[in-house]
Every structure is written in structure tokens, then in C-alpha cells.
Design a protein around this ligand. Structure first.
Ligand SMILES: Nc1ncnc2c1ncn2[C@@H]1O[C@H](COP(=O)(O)OP(=O)(O)OP(=O)(O)O)[C@@H](O)[C@H]1O
Ligand SMILES: [Mg+2]
Length: 401
């Protein structure tokens, strides 16, 4: 009984099929163990059902030869466990019973046993049944491997799809950010040019412009921070703000460039703060893009007027309304609905990327706002923006009726 250990198990060789013998009778264990050695299988033994279940994970048997009547846990209970617990790997079971115990055999088969054996053991029958069980196990394992492989391929494809989706959105956001950083850098260049042209002894003016350069640089780094936040999957920070702030900031950045074209700027402020929830860096981007576009449409001068008002809403808080009207070239009716598409531009190559209005729309949507455009060719264009207000503003002009 070379490899037999009473009540334990021993690994003989990795290549041979692994057979777990479960029997409370030592004599039966010894006989079956020796037959397994003769048939070139690798035998393991357990004294009862409990012991068999406990060693399943370690042994990973290819076939189990299971006695029915045993103390601690009988063969039927082992079968119930095997078939009910999905964490237990599939193992074909051959139940062992007395020749005349047909009832036990049929109950075992109903509980999921693959085959049965009767005592005393016949080596040829035993070999045939084990071989048939080994074939089933092999088929089952192949099917399982194929399913694992398919699942792995599917999850790989899914994560690739998510990755390319993220890359595509990243590309769009990166392009938007690059576009607006570009605008801000252009404003820095303008300011620097202004300082250069100024009489250097006017210290106060130099000081004010340097402060503006500082604030532009801070805005630029804020934009880049949005890009990084997005790549980390974080939301843009929204706070309570007064809409006058972003409009005034944007005006101060572009007014020099615009006024050199002979464009008059008129800003009709509201007499009290107009509070809303938003991101001031992003709102500043919106107004900067609107003002730059207006400036581009009035190369030979004109006027840009920005008006604030409040629109009542019966069911909700009122809306803040911002109208930005220019007396420029206007937009032809047939392209009016295209201006919000990414990369749509009527400007020559190297002058426009066609991202400004697209960015405006994205930001307005993110603020649950609305944007609307009306335009008459050769007369001018008016953009109207609406944002949900945080409070009912106090003004004589506000009439909720
Ligand atoms: N105020 C305006 N007056 C006339 N046309 C305008 C005005 N605003 C936008 N447009 C039209 O909408 C198009 C798209 O504007 P958008 O800001 O998206 O891109 P762009 O100004 O061409 O390029 P950039 O990416 O540099 O902003 C412009 O090319 C222009 O034809
Ligand atoms: Mg533009």
C-alpha cells in the first residue's frame, strides 16, 4: 500500500488523474486505493463526507468515488453540497453502494451523481466508469475555460471602449482648454505690448497692468486645473457668485483689443448683485469668447452693448438675462444653427478654430442655462443668455407679473 495514508491524502504525481476515495471503511479505502495505483491514477482518501468536502479545494479531484452510508456526513449530503454550492468546482461523482441497494443508487443519481458502483469492486467496470467520468470532467473544464476566455475578451473590449471614450472626451476638453488658454495668452501679449508702448515713468499704470497680467495668468492656470480635474473624473466646482464679476473680468481682458478697432463698449449693469450658482472661470470664458467674436465681426468699428436684466418665471426663481449685441457683419440664416458645432468657423485658416461657440454652449448647459442667437446680416448679432437666478433681485425694473 505504497501511497496510502490512513485518513489522509498524498500527492503521487501531477500528471495523473486525481481520484478522491471517500469511504468510512478502511478496508474499502485500501482496496480502492490499490486499484487506483494499478490503473495509474493518483488516489486521495477521506474517511467521511465532511473530510471530503474540507479537502476538495486543496486536492481538486477529477473524480470522486463516494460511499453512501458514512458517519459525520453521508454521501447524499455530500452530493447536495456539491450541486448547491456554486463556489465548489465541478467534480463527477461515482457513488458506491451494496448490490441490492437500488433505492440508494437512484437517490444518488437524482442528487447529481454521474454513475454508481457496487461492492465487491470489479476493476474493469471501475476503470470504464472512471474513464467516462474523466471524459465528462475534461469536456466541462474545456467549456469552462472557453467561457472564461470569452468573458476575459469581453471585459477587455469593454475597458478598451471606455478608455477610447474617455480619450475622445479628453481630446475635446483638451482642445477647448488649449483654445481658451490661447485667448488668455493673447490677452497677456496685448497687455505686455501696452506696457511697452507706455511711458515707463507712469508707475501707477504699469502697476495696474502688471496686476492684470497676474490675474490673467491665474485664470490660465485655473483652466488647466479644470483639465486635470476632468482627467481625474472630478466635477467643476460651482459656487454662489454675482454674474457682474465674470462679465467685468472678461471685458477687462478684451476691451483694449476691441477698443483699438474703434468699437464702443456699453455695459448696462444691474443695480444690485445678480446671484447665481456657477464657476466664475468658466463663465468668464463664455463672455470672453462672445466679446472676441463680436470684436472680430466689427473690424471697421461699431458698438458692443451688454445688458443685464431679470426674467420672471412663474414656477421657479427668475432667470438672469444677459444680452450681448454687436453691430457687426451678422450671421447668415443658413449657418445660424451651425455656429455651436465644434470646429465650425467662417474665419480663414490660422485665425479661428471654431471652438469658441462650442465651448460657450457646453458651459451654458453645465450651468443649466440657455443661449439663443438672433442676427441680421450687415446689421449685427445679439446673443441672449439665461441662467437660473439664486434670489429675487430688488429693482424697479423687475416686474414678476
Ligand atoms: N458676433 C458674431 N458676429 C458674426 N459672426 C459670429 C459672431 N459670433 C460667432 N460668429 C460666427 O460663428 C462662427 C463660430 O464661432 P466660434 O467662436 O465658435 O469660432 P471662431 O470665432 O470662428 O474661432 P475661434 O475658435 O477662434 O473662436 C464664427 O466663425 C462666425 O462665423
Ligand atoms: Mg470665436
Amino acid at each position: 500500500m505504497n501511497a496510502y495514508r490512513n485518513g489522509g491524502f498524498e500527492i503521487m504525481s501531477n500528471a495523473k488523474p486525481r481520484i478522491l476515495i471517500v469511504d468510512d471503511q478502511e478496508f474499502n479505502r485500501i482496496v480502492l486505493h490499490d486499484i487506483m495505483i494499478t490503473l495509474s491514477y493518483q488516489p486521495f482518501v477521506a474517511k467521511n463526507g465532511r473530510e471530503a468536502l474540507d479537502c476538495l479545494i486543496d486536492i481538486k479531484p477529477d473524480v470522486m468515488i463516494l460511499d453512501v452510508m458514512m458517519p459525520v456526513m453521508n454521501g447524499f449530503d455530500v452530493l447536495s453540497h456539491l450541486r448547491k454550492d456554486p463556489s465548489i468546482e465541478y467534480v463527477p461523482v461515482i457513488i458506491v453502494s451494496a448490490l441490492d441497494d437500488v433505492e440508494s443508487i437512484s437517490k444518488g443519481i437524482l442528487l447529481g451523481a454521474e454513475d454508481f458502483l457496487t461492492k465487491p469492486f470489479n476493476q474493469t467496470i471501475l476503470k470504464t466508469r472512471i474513464e467516462s467520468c474523466l471524459f465528462k470532467k475534461k469536456m466541462h473544464d474545456m467549456e469552462l475555460n472557453r467561457r472564461y476566455e470569452l468573458e476575459r475578451e469581453l471585459s477587455e473590449a469593454k475597458s478598451q471602449l471606455m478608455h477610447s471614450d474617455r480619450l475622445a472626451s479628453m481630446g475635446q476638453v483638451a482642445a477647448s482648454v488649449a483654445h481658451d488658454v490661447n485667448n488668455k495668452i493673447a490677452a497677456i501679449i496685448n497687455r505686455v505690448a501696452l506696457i511697452a508702448r507706455m511711458n515707463a515713468v507712469v508707475d501707477q499704470k504699469i502697476h495696474i497692468n502688471l496686476q492684470k497680467i497676474d490675474s490673467i495668468c491665474r485664470g490660465s492656470s485655473g483652466l488647466l486645473r479644470h483639465l486635470l480635474d476632468f482627467s481625474r473624473g472630478e466635477q467643476v466646482e460651482m459656487r454662489e457668485l454675482d454674474i457682474h464679476g465674470p462679465i467685468e473680468n472678461a471685458l477687462s481682458l478684451v476691451e483694449h483689443k476691441i477698443s483699438t478697432k474703434g468699437i464702443g463698449i456699453k455695459f448696462n449693469r444691474w443695480e444690485s448683485p445678480l446671484k447665481m450658482t456657477g464657476n466664475s472661470d468658466q463663465l468668464e470664458q463664455v463672455f470672453m469668447n462672445l466679446f472676441i467674436n463680436a470684436g472680430d465681426a466689427m473690424e471697421n468699428g461699431g458698438s458692443l452693448s451688454i445688458s443685464l436684466s431679470v426674467v420672471p418665471d412663474n414656477s421657479h426663481m427668475p432667470f438672469i438675462k444677459i444680452e450681448c449685441a454687436d453691430t457687426g457683419t451678422g450671421i447668415r440664416a443658413e449657418i445660424l444653427d451651425k455656429i455651436f458645432l465644434p470646429f465650425f468657423t467662417t474665419k480663414p485658416k490660422g485665425k479661428g478654430t471654431g471652438l469658441g461657440m462650442y465651448i460657450i454652449k457646453q458651459i451654458v448647459d453645465a450651468h443649466t442655462g440657455k443661449i439663443h442667437v438672433t442676427s441680421i446680416p450687415d446689421k449685427g448679432t445679439t446673443f441672449t443668455l439665461l441662467f437660473p437666478s439664486l434670489s429675487i433681485p430688488s429693482s424697479d425694473n423687475y416686474d414678476p407679473k
